[in-house]
Design a protein around this ligand. Structure first.
Ligand code: ZN
Length: 413
């Protein structure tokens, strides 16, 4: 995919400007082999969702059926009599065992497949280093989470699912809050945006939308990937907009402004707080489902799997199995929630940056790892952003309806 994209003749301002023709002309700039490649990558991702789900299910069933989970619990109980510490030990065993059993699929998906499609920049050593860091973060944060949740289940055995939901959303908020300051820097280098060539228009846009300049960051995503990207992370004091270095290096100024406008949309429209509200509802429903399905499964197989009850840490593989079924089924709804916010951010971004062509260029670059023109049902089920074609069309329709902004200045008499 070329780095700098030009505005095709059909997308230039004219009396017969057509949003459809402009969209088609942009899409026609993508070489056929690039389309075939990104379609194959993205559609392969659909199957990976299924394989990941099935692989997870097989691992959890193995742990239950052969009573490895019960053995891991017994081991933790032999080491200490202190309940929260038993939970932490069990959690550590569980995380390491599932990491090892899931590794063959994980290394294909995260390393070999990314390299095959030219999206990875790491060799195996540094990639593996990142995996170990992720494993450690999972043991520490997940262990803390598990100790709290099992504490709740043991203390309030009848209403644990309500209190468990509350603890979960508070923990989710805590992780989102600390992520940009304590978790992201474990893997990447973040710094305030300071390239004077590009910062001036970006910081002007930030000021126009009452976002302080110290909330705009750059991340060295090129350490891991060739993908162009940007995001809003954190909330409250830690909320910030981050543009990645691939975007800053390869994107045109118009494109960077369109992306920055999009991220400002997430920021200004408080999407993070709407997400918390949405996920709180999802988590309550998930816990209600867990309460019912755990009781049902334990009544049937609890004895055979040597699980004493819901307060027994050995129940964790069953919790993960049921949770993965719940979120697998819910995927289209979660994607639709996110996709709706992404469309709002697109329109906010075009309104504030007034760069519909920059938006189209960004969509084409994002098309290096996303399918541009999916079917409607495919988009509804699998897409957490609008498809590239729909995003370009929305930008070109905006341009068609605001053509006066793009007309060359009339000579004065
Ligand atoms: Zn977004």
């Amino acid at each position: 995919m070329p780095s700098v994209l030009t505005v095709p003749p059909e997308a230039q301002p004219s009396a017969h400007f057509s949003a459809e023709a402009a969209t088609d002309a942009y899409l026609a700039q993508i070489p056929a082999d690039a389309t075939a490649r990104s379609n194959a990558y993205f559609e392969g991702g659909y199957w990976l969702i299924l394989w990941d789900f099935l692989m997870g299910a097989i691992i959890y069933i193995l742990l239950l059926r052969f009573r490895w989970s019960a053995a891991m619990r017994d081991f933790a109980e032999r080491l200490t009599r202190f309940k929260p510490l038993q939970t932490l030990i069990y959690w550590t065993e569980f995380t390491i065992v599932t990491f090892i059993l899931g590794f063959p699929l994980g290394v294909y998906e995260g390393f070999f497949r990314e390299r095959k499609y030219g999206l990875a920049t790491q060799t195996f050593g540094p990639w593996m280093g990142d995996q170990f860091k992720g494993l450690l973060v999972g043991i520490v944060l997940g262990g803390f989470f598990a100790m709290l949740l099992f504490g709740v289940v043991r203390r309030v055995p009848r209403t644990w699912w309500i209190w468990g939901s509350v603890v979960s959303i508070v923990l989710l908020a805590f992780v989102v809050l600390i992520a940009p300051v304590f978790i992201v820097p474990i893997f990447n280098n973040l710094k305030p945006l300071d390239d004077p060539k590009i910062t001036q228009p970006i910081l002007s846009m930030a000021r126009a939308n009452s976002i302080p300049a110290d909330k705009v960051y750059e991340i060295d995503a090129s350490r891991q990937t060739t993908r162009m990207s940007a995001n809003v992370s954190g909330f409250g004091n830690t909320m910030r907009i981050t543009l990645n270095d691939n975007l800053l290096r390869r994107g045109s100024p118009e494109e960077i402004q369109a992306v920055m406008g999009h991220e400002m949309g997430h920021y200004v429209m408080h999407h993070i707080y709407k997400d918390f509200t949405f996920f709180f509802i999802v988590i309550v429903v998930a816990f209600a489902f867990l309460r019912w399905s755990l009781e049902w499964s334990l009544a049937r197989w609890g004895e055979r799997w040597q699980i004493r009850g819901i307060g027994d840490t050995a129940v964790l593989p069953l919790v993960f199995l049921l949770g993965s079924i719940f979120f697998f089924v819910l995927m289209p709804i979660l994607n639709t929630h996110t996709r709706t916010e992404e469309f709002e951010a697109d329109m906010y971004g075009i309104n504030t940056s007034r760069q519909p062509d920059g938006e189209a260029q960004a969509d084409i670059h994002l098309g290096e790892y996303r399918k541009m023109s999916p079917g409607a049902i495919e988009e509804w089920v699998f897409f957490d952003h609008p498809s590239g074609r729909n995003r370009i069309y929305a930008a070109m329709r905006w341009k068609a309806e605001n053509l006066q902004l793009f007309e060359p200045p009339q000579p004065t008499k």
